[in-house]
Design a protein around this ligand. Sequence first.
Ligand code: ATP
Length: 461
Amino acid sequence: MSDGDVMEKLVSLCKRKGFVFQSSEIYGGLNGCWDYGPLGVELLRNVKEAWWRSMTYREDVEGIDAAILMHPRTWEASGHVEGFTDPMVEDRKTNERFRLDHLLEEAGVDCTGLGLEEMTAKMAEVGLKSPKGNELGEARHFNLMFKTHVGPVEDSASVVYLRPETAQGIFVNFLNVQQAMRQKLPFGIAQIGKAFRNEINTKNFLFRTREFEQMEMQYFVAPGEEERWLDYWKEQRWTWITEGLGIAESRLRWREHGGGELAHYARAAFDIQFEFPFGWDEMEGIHHRGQYDLGRHEEYSGKQLKYFDDQSRQKVLPAVIETSAGASRQTMMVLTNAYAEEEVRGDRRTVMRFHPRIAPLKAAILPLVKRDGMPEIARRLEAELRPHLRVAYDEGGAIGRRYRRMDEVGTPFCITVDSDTLQDGTVTLRERDSMEQDRVPGSDLLAEIRRRMDLWRHPES
Ligand code: ATP
């Protein structure tokens, strides 16, 4: 199966099975925007919930939920008004616009660390043309922030931006959180929320969209302690992605940003990359931001954002280690990582190998036949499990077909009520990955499913 096929099949499965739909599809869709269907929203929520638990159910990290619209000075202080740009070129004939670095990379030029002028020189060097073979216009910077207005008057005084990242809502609340929660350095603030970027080109499904969700955590440390915490968070995030999300280690790698490509705020940056069907690409960043952010907000707001250290009786401006991930991009990784096709006794099955904790449906309850009291027992089991787990009930069609339907949406356990159940109260518990079946007392189901969920490892790990 080629990589292009995998993407096509994944997008089609996502639509057919209710994971992801094109936004406003009946009007032809809106580029770079997607809607999560019933199973997709569950998957996305499970990814976010797992992240939230791992990041904030600890003593040294607090959560917040800041507004999407912020005072416009925020984005001047953060450097986004001036520097949050991508290099853009225009097809002279069709007026289509493209990201210059992406076009150059497709033409075999490594753009790592190159500025606009250097990329312009490379354009001439390789005789770069638009994808349609037309001449290209002059390269320029394009700011990715969406602008809008607050209130009824649309003038320059009412301009605000849709936040392009959640981090700034954390920085401006640093002292509020520290004082309210009586936190001491080092401590972190975590947030999950929507972010918006007017990406020049969107492609690759959920990977690069114009509206997406981020899961970010800023960890405030005493100056001098940055390296230690950078290493700590790198290790934490890797472990969470492999163990928490069940991503195969063979499809993950680190990439360190070279000096020339560091973002304006960063002192050091490491990406965790995932091997998507279209190649290796960034999935999460762990950044050493130094004192840049709090320093800039002090300067632009005129308010002190220093931390008072009781012991030394001194005020310090903390440095920041950041972990920054896209919830939607991670969901795309989870979908890609889970997708598999295999031969089973002359038959072909598609199976989504989600980590059971992340899977949208945890179990399906299936009466073998629609008689002999089996549906009634199955409904009873369903009612017992439903308050604890998201489960499905399905009595339509041959049992093999029902198993395949559940494999295709990644349901890790199928519970079949059959004639033995009528005799001794046991049910068949079938595992999605191995397809092995065991008999389990109906009364032990919840504990048994939970036990197996905790033991799960991706077959390629
Ligand atoms: P890229 O180089 O892919 O544009 P970036 O380096 O600008 O990403 P960051 O600003 O570090 O990304 O954002 C942190 C995380 O937010 C990324 O690792 C990614 O998971 C997610 N993210 C960023 N832009 C998008 C987008 N347009 N669509 C979906 N997720 C995104």
